[in-house]
Design a binder for this molecule. Structure first.
Ligand SMILES: [Fe+2]
Length: 744
């Protein structure tokens, strides 16, 4: 039998099944009836036919079951599609090729304001704005089969509004009739377009505001630059005027001073008692005026440009004593008690000595000026973390809290009831603060009205050296009340700290330069010439430069006063004449104060080539030139501090080896060549020749190697060490300090 169509439906299958069953029974009947009446061949054919039919039946049954399953799955798909289609938040519509609506979901019904079922068979065109219909037609026309197209349309809403929508168009082909249908997904983009429009408007408005503000700022900047130029020009004129006026004032003031002295010395005849008293007053007024002019000149210099500093490690206590000596007479005169709380004389700070003293003089003069008779001024100092803090405390009237900062402004002077007339320019504190800041420090003030004020001058410490216990002893408090103290420091007082370091201070002597004989000068000249001829070839350039700096010359034995005058500006070191041996600990402590104990005797002509003990040629020619080099100067001072802290035999031996292989017998590599810089090599031809000759084992400098290398003093050195720079030595001594616990 034949089935209707290519795929049987359920009724076709039922009929086929019924037909098949009937046929099989009929065949069975035929078969039963034919047994015995037909021949065997006919019988076999029948059996085969029955077998074929049975197989076909099974196949058909399996196909029927597969089709039923496919139908069931198709139904599930269809239901799923309906749920998604109808429940989709975006409007969906399916049209034919002409735009006639075949299906529409609820979202579309909502957009168009027409129930979904009434949309079917209507033209989608009728809901599109007239002007946008061309876009729709183009979409329908141009979309190729199976492609997705995009367009923006405008849909008419029930309330008459035109709503912009984005349309995503998918083309569907029918497998049966070849006709195309279109699935449209529409999205209301009115809100987005409004947002975009408002963003564009905002952007335009912002751009306009930015342009306007930029123009305003440009105008303001031009104005500010012009004002600044005017102010700078005015400031320059003011500074120049100050400087010029101050100079102009100083010249006649000096003349006044000179003529006053002539009168006071009675050169033009004796003065009466009254005339003398008046002259004293004129003299005081002249000195006061000169001080004011000097201060204005200082201020003008500070205003004019960067401050020139001569920085070096300076002993704190000694520097403070030097400053207070300048103002001390005024304390006595005004009957203000002054107390100086002395600190460790060995502590140093990296600063400009003159500037530190200028600041201290200003602070002390200020305290004295504002403290009434019977009051007191105290000075003390201490190390705190990485700073040196010097404090000047007075019992003056005090400064109101809101005016504390004002006192650091130029030309500001505070007046309060009960305070004394102060005089002055109001420049002392601003100048002092500028100087302190130029050295990396600062000045601050605290005050209580009716009680007094405290000014604190802080300076940074380069490295905090923790000295050995014996070295930490505080100095005895020095009380300078009233006029009991000599106002000016003598040489002995200025080196008091040094004298404290030895049991027998008479070891420090004066160099009696005039007592050198012509033969002494000649011996010096011979030694100088012989060594210099060699050292110009194999001596360190730092030595040669230092020798020039301190003014060594062939003609005469050096005058230490002259050497020190040249040595102080670059590094603050000083060659201190000694009569002979001083104990090692004292020697190290001298180094820590930047004082180099120096022998002043000179060898005899018969000892030109060898002298067992040092003389002035070894000490001044050999050692002192290197003290003019800032890095070596720092290294040697720190060496002194660390070595002084060594308190056991092992550390003492190590530090002695470090001294021996650097300060005494050091070699340095300069421009690829090994040069001598140790004093034993600088001052001795034989030692230098050995050090650079084939018998000496020259090794790279390292602290570890030096610490472990013994030395002997009575023959040429077998092993020496070559450093790459004095920075390496500085780092080595810092490392040595950490190892022996002298530096934290
Ligand atoms: Fe030496």
């Amino acid at each position: 039998m034949e089935l209707s169509g290519s795929i049987p439906n359920s009724s076709d299958l039922d009929r086929f099944s019924v037909a098949l069953q009937v046929s099989r029974e009929q065949v069975g009947a035929l078969y039963e009836r034919g047994v015995g009446s037909t021949d065997s061949e006919h019988h076999a054919q029948l059996l085969a036919a029955i077998e074929d039919l049975s197989i076909a039946e099974e196949e058909l049954r399996a196909q029927q079951e597969a089709i039923i399953e496919a139908q069931r799955e198709l139904e599930i798909e269809r239901r799923r599609y309906r749920i998604l289609f109808e429940g989709a938040p975006d409007p969906y519509v399916v049209t034919d090729e002409h735009g006639t609506i075949q299906e529409a979901n609820d979202a579309l019904a909502g957009l168009l304001g027409v129930p979904a079922e009434r949309l079917v068979r209507k033209s989608l065109d009728s809901f599109i704005d007239t002007l946008a219909r061309q876009g729709l037609d183009a979409c329908l026309r141009e979309s190729p089969t199976g492609e997705t197209a995009y367009s923006t349309l405008e849909v008419k809403a029930p309330d008459g509004r035109v709503i912009p929508v984005e349309a995503t168009l998918s083309v569907l082909d029918s497998a049966f009739d070849g006709k195309r249908s279109f699935c449209w997904q529409l999205r209301d983009v009115s809100e987005r377009q409004e947002t975009e429009a408002s963003m564009r408007a905002l952007n335009r408005s912002l751009n306009a505001r930015v342009a306007q503000r930029t123009r305003e700022l440009e105008l303001a900047l031009e104005g500010e630059q012009s004002a600044r130029k005017d102010a700078e020009a005015a400031n320059r004129i003011k500074t120049e005027l100050f400087a010029r006026l101050s100079h102009e004032f100083r010249t006649p003031l000096h003349a006044v001073s000179g003529y006053l002295e002539i009168l006071q010395q009675n050169i033009h005849g004796a003065l009466t008692k009254e005339q003398r008293r008046d002259l004293d007053r004129i003299h005081q007024a002249q000195e006061h005026l000169m001080a004011l002019v000097n201060m204005i000149l200082d201020f003008a210099k500070l205003e004019a440009g960067p401050i020139e500093l001569s920085m070096a490690e300076i002993p704190v206590e000694e520097t403070l004593l030097g400053a207070e000596a300048l103002v001390f007479p005024q304390f006595a005169k005004k009957k203000v008690a002054y107390t100086h709380h002395a600190g460790d004389p060995c502590v140093t700070v990296f600063a400009d000595r003159e500037k530190v003293q200028q600041i201290l003089v200003n602070l002390l003069a200020n305290a004295m000026k504002f403290t009434p008779a019977g009051g007191s001024v105290d000075l003390d100092w201490r190390l705190e973390e990485d700073s040196l803090l010097v404090r000047v405390r007075d019992t003056g009237p005090g400064i109101p809290a809101e005016k504390i900062e004002q006192i650091f402004e130029p030309f500001v002077q505070l007046h309060s009831a009960g305070s004394l007339p102060t005089g002055g320019t109001g420049l002392g504190l601003p100048i002092s603060r500028d100087l302190a800041r130029a050295m990396g420090g600062d000045i601050s003030a605290t005050s209580t009205v009716g009680v007094g004020s405290t000014f604190t001058f802080a300076l940074p410490l380069r490295k905090h050296i923790l000295l050995a216990p014996s070295f930490q002893r505080p100095g005895p408090p020095v009380n300078f009340e009233g006029a009991s103290r000599t106002p000016e420091l003598t040489l002995e007082q200025s080196t008091a700290a040094l004298y404290d370091l030895v049991d027998d201070p008479s070891v420090f002597i004066k160099q009696d330069w005039k007592s050198y004989t012509p033969d002494d000068h000649e011996v010096w000249g011979l030694l100088y010439e012989r060594r210099m001829n060699q050292l110009r070839k194999n001596g360190s350039k730092i030595f040669l430069k230092g020798a020039d700096t301190i003014g060594l010359k062939k003609e005469t034995v050096p005058d230490l006063a002259e050497v020190n005058r040249r040595l102080a500006p670059p590094t603050g070191w000083e060659a201190v004449p000694v009569s002979g041996f001083i104990p090692a600990k004292s020697f190290f402590q001298c180094l820590s104060l930047r004082k180099f104990p120096t022998t002043v005797t000179i060898r005899k002509r018969t000892q030109l080539d060898y002298l067992p003990e040092p003389d002035i040629f070894h000490d001044v020619f050999g050692h002192v030139p290197l003290h003019a080099d800032p890095v070596f100067a720092d290294f040697l001072q720190h060496y002194g501090q660390v070595a002084a802290a060594a308190d056991n035999e092992e550390d003492t031996t190590r530090m002695a080896r470090l001294f021996w292989f650097t300060v005494e017998f050091g070699l340095i590599r300069e421009d690829g060549q090994i040069k001598v810089y140790g004093s034993g090599l600088i001052s001795s031809h034989g030692d230098a020749a050995n050090a650079l000759g084939p018998k000496c084992d020259r090794r790279p400098f390292s602290l570890e190697a030096v610490f472990n290398q013994p030395f002997e003093i009575d023959h040429f050195q077998d092993v020496l060490f070559v450093t790459e720079s004095f920075d390496q030595l500085y780092e080595a001594v810092e490392e040595a300090g950490r190892r022996i616990g002298a530096i934290r």
